[in-house]
Design a protein around this ligand. Structure first.
Ligand SMILES: Cc1cc2nc3c(=O)[nH]c(=O)nc-3n(C[C@H](O)[C@H](O)[C@H](O)COP(=O)(O)OP(=O)(O)OC[C@H]3O[C@@H](n4cnc5c(N)ncnc54)[C@H](O)[C@@H]3O)c2cc1C
Length: 504
């Protein structure tokens, strides 16, 4: 495919090795393009990175995945990406993979639509028909999206406009009058950092459809996804360089010509794909090709909230393994979780045990995640990892102790099972993935400004493209499909869909 004789000139440079960059690297190198992936960190993967403390590996941004039964959408994509043998998975409890504690009452989502309805109808017997209608509409939205069903399309359409223009809370309110059931149906909103009256319905529908089909943990850490994709890319002839931060995207009068690294090295390419945040990407471009209006629009986009996480190592055989995810809301009206201001007590969180081995009896480790706004750590904004000072360490410890006290109320005695813990803050995410303000899922999609808050894989520079969670959608499925959209700029979407289908 490459027309170049010169070894140092690439067809495509991909900036960043998050899931989106790696999937693009896989598809394009498999199709003969000479690709180079540049990663600023020592470790590849972005949110797929893991770290080790107390002899245990912790995930940082990929805790559970869905639709992994043969024939289901992620299974088909993993097959195409040659991931199935390298990514061991363990099924979450089919009778309740997500458990919700809302104002003291417990509810659960079961796997498969019929069981999902039956399980919730036990607590909401008068709302069985509402539940049926809710699931019917979820499936209709998911089925209507060609890409999420790997159907060929005439153009790059990924979802119908109606589902972009309705908010999740309006959608849920339209299926049931029961306020408690509305809360339960919105209960996993931390999965997309949903904002009341903003987040469009399709995000909720695609994510819930994805997990209701089947829900799984990755055994032993999500870095195996990054490693497997990287191995494939190298096998296809692609190159990956770590500790290689792009500091400028170079342009001539009409197009991008290459990239300058922090070391001063310049590398040329026919095309460039940026896998990191669009706001950070355009900050690397000093060219008239990026007009002020586009720059202002991208910079004006609001980002999803960040989080504070406590990574917990349990004492040996102290804690029975919970094969479900636990969402806690102190009060009714789950949407208020988003209103947590600096200094507010923790009133909602997500608690997940990690899976070290399929079928394990005891938990080795867990993660406790609560929303946190960047403002809460803004006073350390100019510091770097490992050099933020004593006051920051005290803040982290105080916050972690408060989080653990809150957890103890739902799991009495859990504190005495803890051997040690580590923490991360919005600054950690900002510095490890270059996401703005440590935002969990990038730019907020707003149903009130549907076109303005959707970032295209195309930029104002004809040979510069974007990929990753800020185009299409976040999460393992959203980013993988977004990467296919980006690669479609080179290969055509239907060719990629054909390849996925043929591989199956
Ligand atoms: C706390 C948390 C929990 C999550 N849990 C789940 C989950 O359970 N299931 C799920 O499906 N999704 C989950 N997600 C979402 C999912 O992890 C992300 O949507 C997805 O991994 C983002 O991939 P990305 O391609 O956008 O790249 P990112 O992961 O954002 O990676 C971007 C990469 O670019 C690199 N980079 C940045 N700047 C430069 C530069 N100048 N030069 C070179 N490289 C650079 C970064 O170092 C990084 O490696 C979670 C996210 C978070 C934050």
């Amino acid at each position: 495919m490459s027309a170049h004789q010169n070894d140092t000139h690439y067809d495509i440079i991909i900036l960043g090795t998050g899931l989106g960059g790696l999937v693009c690297g896989y598809i394009l190198s498999k199709n003969g393009y000479k690709v180079l992936l540049l990663e600023k960190n020592a470790q590849i993967g972005g949110c797929l990175q893991t770290f080790k403390r107390f002899g245990v590996k912790f995930d940082t941004g990929m805790h559970y995945i869905g639709s992994m039964l043969p024939g289901q959408i992620l299974h088909r994509l993993f097959h195409y990406l040659n991931l199935l043998d390298d990514v061991p998975i363990s099924r979450l409890d089919e009778n309740g993979y997500d458990v919700f504690s809302i104002a003291g009452r417990h509810y659960q989502y079961a796997s498969g639509y019929d069981r999902f309805i039956d399980t919730l109808a036990q607590q909401f017997p008068d709302n069985r028909e509402d539940l049926r209608e809710y699931t019917r509409r979820l499936q209709a939205i998911a089925d209507a999206s060609p890409l999420y069903n790997l159907r060929k399309v005439e153009e790059n359409v990924f979802i119908e406009a109606d589902y972009i223009k309705t908010s999740i809370n309006d959608f849920i309110a339209s299926v049931t009058d029961n306020r408690s059931l509305r809360d339960v149906l919105a209960g996993n909103l931390p999965l997309y950092a949903g904002v009341r009256d903003k987040t469009p319905t399709y995000i909720h529908a695609l994510i819930n459809n994805f997990y209701i089909q089947s829900a799984w943990r990755i055994v032993g850490g999500s870095d195996c996804i990054a490693q497997s994709l990287a191995n494939s890319i190298r096998r296809f002839g692609g190159e990956i360089r770590t500790r290689s931060e792009a500091t400028r995207i170079l342009c001539n009068d009409t197009r991008a010509t290459g990239v300058e690294l922090a070391s001063g090295e310049i590398i040329e390419a026919d095309s460039i794909i940026s896998n990191f945040h669009p706001q950070a990407t355009i900050d690397l471009i000093d060219s008239h090709l990026i007009r002020k209006a586009y720059r202002d629009r991208i910079h004006g986009l609001e980002n999803t909230i960040s989080n504070f996480t406590v990574y917990i190592k349990f004492k040996e055989k102290s804690t029975p393994y919970l094969n479900y995810n636990y969402y806690f809301y102190e009060n009714e009206d789950v949407w208020t979780a988003n209103d947590r201001k600096p200094g507010d007590p923790l009133r909602s969180y997500l608690f997940m045990h990690q899976c070290a081995q399929d079928g394990q009896q005891w938990a080795q480790s867990a993660e406790l995640i609560g929303y946190m706004q960047f403002d809460e750590v803004a006073r350390w904004a100019n510091t770097k990892v490992g050099q933020r000072g004593e006051a920051y360490l005290e803040f982290k410890e105080r916050t972690a102790e408060h989080f653990l006290d809150t957890l103890e109320r739902s799991f009495p005695g859990i504190r005495s099972s803890i051997e040690g813990y580590e923490t991360s803050s919005p600054l950690t995410y900002r510095d490890y993935t270059a996401t703005r303000f440590g935002s969990m899922y990038g730019i907020i999609r707003d149903k009130n400004f549907p076109t303005q808050t959707l970032v295209s894989q195309r930029t104002k520079i004809p040979n510069l493209f974007m990929t990753g969670q800020n185009i299409n959608s976040h999460g393992i499925l959203g980013v993988t499909i977004g990467a296919a959209l980006t690669c479609a700029e080179f290969l055509g979407l239907n060719k990629i869909i054909d390849e996925i289908e043929i591989s199956h």
